[in-house]
Design a protein around this ligand. Structure first.
Ligand SMILES: [Mg+2]
Length: 157
């Protein structure tokens, strides 16, 4: 599933960035606005890519929806708060692609599956040479990067 924040038709290198544990502190299953804590070092990193002409796209597993821990609306509200926090810091997110399924549902979009990136590739023109995945999990975000042939930048907090 997806939320498009700002559409463009340009062929651009793209940062596919994980959300929880990478942009904001993991809760886990973050969905309450009061739990939002932004990692400033990640914001700085994203801004540096943006300044080099990269597009920023969030790719995030949100099984808390499928598990019934929070609703789609709660997800959307929290995610919008994340996107707005980045915007206030001068970082503009083009879209959020999210997997709402539980692991046992066997979907193709749950990372490290490549479904979320494939969906993004059908909506945006992505220059894959030089595009990158950024995340806090070697076994999830790193695997995703290797699966689609992109560089990977591991963030540790
Ligand atoms: Mg994460």
């Amino acid at each position: 599933m997806k939320i498009i924040h700002q559409k463009d038709g340009q062929l651009l290198k793209t940062v596919f960035v994980d959300r929880d544990g990478t942009i904001n502190r993991d809760c886990p299953y973050c969905h309450r606005p009061e739990d939002l804590h932004i990692y400033e070092d990640t914001v700085d990193l994203l801004r540096s890519y943006q300044d080099k002409g990269y597009r920023i796209i969030i790719v995030t597993n949100q099984s808390g929806i499928g598990r019934g821990y929070f609703s789609l609306d709660e997800f959307r509200n929290f995610n919008q708060a994340v996107v707005d926090s980045l915007k206030h810091r001068g970082v503009f997110v083009s879209a959020t692609y999210f997997c709402p399924h539980r692991p046992d549902e066997g979907c193709s979009c749950r990372k490290p599956g490549r479904g979320l990136i494939d969906e993004a590739l059908s909506d945006f023109r992505v220059d894959m040479a030089g595009s990158i995945v950024i995340g806090d999990r070697e076994d999830i975000d790193g695997d995703l990067a290797r699966k689609v042939g992109l560089l990977f930048n591991l963030i540790r907090h």
